[in-house]
Design a protein around this ligand. Structure first.
Ligand SMILES: Nc1ncnc2c1ncn2[C@@H]1O[C@H](COP(=O)(O)OP(=O)(O)OP(=O)(O)O)[C@@H](O)[C@H]1O
Ligand SMILES: [Mg+2]
Length: 248
């Protein structure tokens, strides 16, 4: 359902932010995307969603190539960007309706979905308030609701839990599970390895734009007996740690 083949991205003259990355996320799967700051996660997500054109390779969502058939591909996924500070002059409901108009969501569907999503995220009372008056977490909730309102098969979420309170984070995890259980797929990036461990069928670890691991959390753990996911991750990215001597 989400397929990346040999994706690469070069910023400027020669900064290779993503280097020949391929992966496949099938129906019913939740995939977690991990890697240190600057590893290339957001760049990959921007290539999958058509915001950036890959230097090499291709991406297809639900069988539609994002470069060759962008409208069909874009109608097949929900996208939550890493920054929720957009169109802050609009109220939450105006923003949701703006996005729902773009995706041609029917009035009936909006009447069903918006109150339900707003209730689950505990943001119903704020829907008629301009988003500039929202906290960071409230903006994040609103972006998630607006992204999900057209109910597409694939979800592509860039650090969706950032800033969410525990109840909203719980609801979003539940919603990911429900979505995948219906035969859809979810790709999300995260720095919270425990979330990836609990939620994901498939985990991808990248660094310097290259794949370090792709597979199940169980297989990863089995290959590194006695270590938790955080230790395995730090080993993989060759983290040396820092001591007081290093700092001094
Ligand atoms: N617009 C840009 N112009 C130039 N370089 C960029 C641009 N966006 C990202 N980069 C570089 O590309 C690399 C990957 O960045 P990216 O934002 O994809 O990482 P990330 O894995 O999402 O990091 P984080 O965990 O901090 O969100 C970094 O070295 C970054 O400096
Ligand atoms: Mg990022």
């Amino acid at each position: 359902m989400i397929e990346a083949k040999n994706l690469s991205m070069i910023y400027g003259k020669d900064h290779k932010a993503v280097d020949d990355l391929s992966f496949h996320i099938g129906k019913g799967e939740i995939a977690g995307f991990a890697g240190p700051n600057g590893a290339g996660k957001t760049t990959v997500i921007k290539m999958l969603t058509g915001i950036l054109k890959p230097a090499t390779g291709s991406a297809t969502i639900n069988g539609h190539d994002i470069v060759k058939d962008p409208l069909a591909a874009k109608s097949s996924f929900a996208y939550v960007a890493d920054n929720p500070d957009v169109l802050l002059q609009l109220t939450g409901l105006e923003y949701i309706n703006f996005i729902a108009d773009i995706y041609k969501v029917s009035e009936d569907a909006r009447k069903k979905r918006v109150p339900d999503l707003a209730e689950r995220f505990g943001i119903t009372d704020a829907l008629t308030t301009p988003m500039r008056e929202y906290s960071h977490g409230m903006r994040q909730k609103l972006m998630v609701i607006a992204a999900l309102v057209h109910d597409p098969p694939a979800w592509i979420l860039d650090e969706p839990m950032t800033g969410l309170d525990p109840q909203a984070a719980y609801e979003l995890k539940q919603m990911m599970r429900e979505h995948a259980a219906k035969g859809n797929c979810v790709l999300f990036s995260t720095h919270v390895l425990e979330v990836a461990e609990k939620l994901c069928d498939h985990i991808m670890i990248i660094d310097h734009g290259r794949s370090l691991y792709q597979g199940t959390v169980e297989d990863l753990s089995a290959a590194h007996p006695g270590k938790d996911l955080e230790e395995i991750f730090l080993d993989m990215i060759d983290y040396k740690g820092s001591s007081q001597e290093d700092i001094a």
